[in-house]
Design a protein around this ligand. Sequence first.
Ligand code: ZN
Length: 277
Amino acid sequence: MSRHIVCLSYDFDAMSLWIARGLTTPTAISRGEFGAVGAGRILDLLSRHGIAATWFIPGVTIGTYPEVCRRVVAEGHEVGHHDWTHTPPSKLSRDEEHAGLVRANTAIAELSGRPARGYRSPSWDLSPHSVELLLAEGMVYDSSMMGDDYTPYYARTGDEIVDGEPMRFGPSSALLEMPISWSADDFPHFEFDRLGSALNPGLKSAEAVLGNWLDDFRFLRQNLDWGIMTYTFHPFCSGRGHRMIMMDKLITALKNEGAEFLTMESAAAAFIARQSG
Ligand SMILES: [Zn+2]
């Protein structure tokens, strides 16, 4: 049966993203603080459309904004794991990575009544240990890699990478990868970001990005019988007025074009059921 699934995912980083980059001055913190304002607007929008989404929430955000996070749960959204702080696993030791995974999952279980089934790495950069640690922590899926677009796949361990030699792919694991891309993420399109000599100009026209994002879904519908389009948003970024209007248009257009909205956990389960059936 033909299915064209859309997952709306929200990374509720708030100030944790800026703190992980060493930006702790009052203005940098306030930039993250706006995430709580944006989250409220987004929850209103999702409620109006009757859509259950997936919220990847760092453990520190759960502690900083417990009421917003309780609202996420109360309104039927999935809470995904987004680490304890926003430091990418690639920058942590194995022990630090493990400790953060366990600590954040405890906070998620206290918040939502059960541990997370899915994980997304801060800044989308897994370590060589991540797949094994995520499986040990009971994760069904990860959403941090870009090896496909509309079709989930199983994450590998033990790739051998030698510069100048062909890749040697390691074996697939039991961890389902729900792929993402920077092009379907609000941050690079919209967030003006200057760190040292690195500049992300952002601030693109929301209408132009809307066209790209709708075409990503149209390509799926026109070319695949079954697939998942995952969009990634950040409340401090997409919570601004013109982007909220665009997100409303995006959801309305996707509905009109036959999108089936699911949480990422439900989409992963649908993929696994389809494979085994
Ligand atoms: Zn994040």
